[in-house]
Ligand binder design. Structure first.
Ligand SMILES: Cc1ncc(COP(=O)(O)O)c(C=O)c1O
Length: 446
């Protein structure tokens, strides 16, 4: 429960948002266009964004570390991307007929992910992981996929399992029970979704042995970023790579959050792993909806018209998104810019950690390059089970304190992270560290 005075401060700052939400909630579920945007007492509404800042309808300014859940790696409305989108818009936003920028864009993805031979395009992370799962199944002729407990791969039925399940339902840690997390998903679906704990090679091998010859693919976030930030233990990803090769199982890295973000070539580059397939979205689109899934040639040749596995979509590879993505990846996000967001993220992560220590509260920052998350836990978690005991009340108290003081640290739900973009400045980081310090000192006082 967030303290009454904290909520009062929030509501006194956001009366116009409240009014808009009261209208919206009558005609849209929760008054929001995606369920995760809704929170108590009501969400604030944004009407403008530029660089590292967003402004709400009441005129409050926020340093934005949510950055659209990481899509705005260049900051909001970067001039190069605005120009690219304007130029394309003059020539039409969607043809549903090929145009020359698609191959230029895919060439850039292949440069960044050299283990891949072919990419196909989609519009969201959900679509990318859905298509990758289908391709892996078609290629192997097997139905089962393995996902990690505590990861999120989008909204489609086969992966909407064991995302943040209640501990009472999860079974033993070394062999988690699959838990379907939405009504409307057939129980039979979960029969083809097997669950493994993160950072546990032995448990993964046991699963492979138990279902030998039945598993098409392991789909995993190489760094768990839908459970705050949880890092792979040294050697874990390499061991999973070896194991999937040994059992002839396709390894899909879901790099929707890590791809073109924690390094130009994502976690594959950073950890020097060659997965068989990758899925990408968020940072690859320059702020517009764009996603991709790629793989080795023989796997991707399963797709129509080369093979018999279906892929399509009216908006796929639309020139507007491709123009924004191309400008983002080829013009703006140079190696120098990756160094900038990584260094600045490092300063933020360290600064907030120091504030925790100074205030003497039970919390820790887990981070990777430009991303970080405050867990209100004694020790950094290593998997879903060690993360899910995070103190939710303290997390919300921290979040509201930051928002009330002009910093949006992450999305309004547990287990997200901050995203440092190229638009963030030393001053933004200093303000965030200072405001975090105030929040921790307040918590220490009780
Ligand atoms: C790792 C991962 N995969 C897939 C998705 C789904 O992406 P989208 O929201 O674009 O459908 C997300 C969304 O946060 C994600 O974090």
């Amino acid at each position: 429960m967030v303290k009454e005075e904290t909520v009062k401060e929030y509501t006194s700052r956001t009366p116009k948002s409240k009014k808009l939400w009261e209208v919206a909630r009558e005609i849209i579920p929760g008054g929001v266009g995606s369920s995760v945007r809704c929170f108590e007492p009501y969400p604030f509404f944004i009407n403008k964004a530029k660089g590292s800042k967003v402004w709400d309808v009441d005129g409050n300014e926020y340093v934005d570390f949510l950055m659209g859940y990481g899509i705005n790696i260049t900051g909001h409305a970067h001039p190069t991307i605005v120009d690219a989108v304007k130029e394309q818009m003059e020539k039409g936003s969607a043809y549903a007929i090929p145009h020359e920028k698609t191959a230029l864009y895919v060439k850039e993805l292949l440069r960044r992910f050299p283990a891949m031979d072919i990419f196909q395009l989609a519009n969201s992370g959900t679509e990318a992981t859905m298509h990758a799962t289908r391709v892996a199944r078609a290629y192997t002729g097997k139905d089962k996929i393995v996902k990690i407990e505590g990861t999120y791969h989008g909204q489609h039925d086969y992966v909407y399992v064991s995302i943040h399940p209640p501990l009472a339902k999860t079974g033993p840690k070394w062999a988690p029970t699959p838990v379907i997390e939405s009504e409307g998903i057939p129980a039979d679906t979960a029969k083809n979704t097997l669950i493994a704990p993160y950072n546990d090679v032995e448990a993964m091998e046991n699963l492979f042995k138990k279902h030998e010859g039945e598993i098409a693919a392991v789909m995993m976030e190489p760094v768990m970023l839908n459970c705050g930030v949880i890092l792979p233990k040294p050697g874990y990803l390499k061991d999973i790579r070896k194991l999937t090769e040994k059992y002839n199982i396709i390894l899909i890295f879901d790099e929707v959050k890590t791809g073109c973000r924690i390094a130009p070539g994502g976690a594959s580059e950073l950890y020097k792993i060659k997965p068989d397939m990758v899925t990408l979205a968020k940072a690859i689109g320059g702020g517009l909806p764009l996603a991709a899934f790629g793989g080795k040639r023989d796997i991707m040749e399963s797709l129509v018209p080369l093979g018999r596995t279906s892929h399509g979509g009216t908006y796929c590879a639309n020139p507007l998104s491709i123009s924004a993505g191309l400008a983002c990846l080829t013009k703006v996000m140079t190696d120098k810019m990756y160094k900038y967001i990584t260094d600045l993220g490092g300063k933020l992560n360290k600064g907030v950690s120091d504030m925790i220590e100074d205030a003497g509260v039970t919390a820790c920052v887990n981070s990777i390059g430009p991303l970080g998350y405050v867990f209100f836990l004694e020790a950094k978690p290593v998997d879903f089970r060690t993360a899910t005991v995070n103190d939710l009340d303290k997390t919300w108290e921290y979040w509201f304190h930051m928002v009330n003081n002009g910093v949006l640290p992450w999305g309004p739900l547990q287990f997200e992270q901050w995203y440092t973009s190229i638009a963030h400045t030393k001053e933004d980081v200093a303000k965030t560290i200072e405001t975090s310090g105030d929040a921790f000192r307040k918590q220490a006082k009780g």
